[in-house]
Design a protein around this ligand. Structure first.
Ligand code: ADP
Ligand code: MG
Length: 295
């Protein structure tokens, strides 16, 4: 099995390297390549996770298809045989781990929706009783389901920095009222439909992050969608409020890093083989549970 942590397709124009994905510019399109890199606490680990890129790519594709009737998205094709000719030399590396997408102008807000209280939301709530300025009922406990999902945007930080939760007014001042309303409604809508589906498959989607961009004057969904990297997936079986949950996302790696008192700053520590392989298995299980498919 080939683990790819970075790509160097020298005949293609690199547009940007994100934490996990390498994005190339191919004619009128972007080519998004999901590597096997894993970032935790916004620090990129040195080791790759076998099959992670392919699994994430597959899960995003599944959700883009699931949601396409009520929100347009950037996906053009995942079939490498349909890619522009200049991608041909890299076809085998691109297979299953890449997506040809529409070039969008990024809306610089991370659209986060939370159905349950955990993570940075829980920390903010414990300090202030609010998340992103939204007042929540008193007495909520860790992992508790919210009476209805909330939209809690954050800024999109450059590599190495942490995203910051912001209030709605601040998001409006960055992107304008109309765009804000549209992405807020879309995010909540996509989340509620996806969360309902996932629940039937035994997965709680506790929270997730989406990105939107402008394409030909309209707002479309871009980036990745409802993957274990952009969301917290919890097994329904064994869910209990009042404590942290076992989860299908990289929480497993985060927990390992916390157990060794990682200071959440580069350089990343070495991940033990066991943590790497178990993480790969967790990603595979998430794919199977959600889509009924294996790689
Ligand atoms: N259709 C698109 N148009 C423009 N930019 C996109 C599109 N889809 C994704 N992106 C951007 O490509 C990058 C994907 O790489 P990723 O590893 O997720 O980066 P990040 O470190 O920002 O999370 C992100 O910066 C994302 O905003
Ligand atoms: Mg990203």
């Amino acid at each position: 099995m080939e683990v790819i942590t970075t790509t160097n397709f020298s005949d293609l124009k690199l547009f940007k390297r994100g934490k996990v994905r390498d994005v190339y510019e191919v004619g009128n399109y972007y080519l998004i390549v999901s590597t096997d890199r894993l970032s935790a606490f916004d620090v990129i680990m040195n080791e790759g996770i076998p099959d992670k890129g392919k699994i994430l790519n597959r899960i995003s594709k599944f959700w883009f298809e699931y949601t396409k009737d009520f929100i347009p998205n950037h996906l053009v094709t995942m079939n490498v045989d349909e890619y522009p000719g200049e991608c041909k030399p890299y076809k085998e590396q691109l297979r299953d781990r890449s997506m040809l997408v529409k070039k969008a102008k990024l809306i610089p807000i991370e659209c986060i929706v939370r159905g349950y209280i955990t993570g940075s939301g829980l920390i903010d709530y414990q300090k202030t009783g609010k998340i992103c300025g939204i007042e929540l009922p008193k007495g909520l406990v860790e992992s508790e389901k919210l009476s209805s999902p909330i939209f809690t945007p954050s800024t999109k930080a450059e590599i190495g920095l942490h995203d910051e939760n912001i209030a709605a007014e601040q998001a409006v001042s960055i992107i304008g009222k109309e765009a804000f309303n549209f992405i807020k409604e879309s995010t909540l809508n996509i989340y509620s439909k996806a969360a309902e589906y996932a629940l039937q498959k035994g997965i709680i989607i506790a929270d997730t992050k989406m990105e939107f961009g402008y394409f030909e004057g309209k707002i479309i969904l871009i980036d990745e969608l409802l993957t274990p990297d952009s969301s917290r997936f919890w097994p329904l079986d064994g869910y209990q409020k009042g404590r942290a949950q076992n989860s299908y996302d990289k929480q497993y790696v985060r927990d390992y890093l916390l157990s060794i008192n990682f200071n959440k700053k580069p350089p990343a520590p070495r991940l033990p083989e066991e943590v790497i392989l178990n993480t790969s298995k967790i990603y595979q299980e998430a794919l199977f549970k959600l889509t009924g498919e294996n790689l």
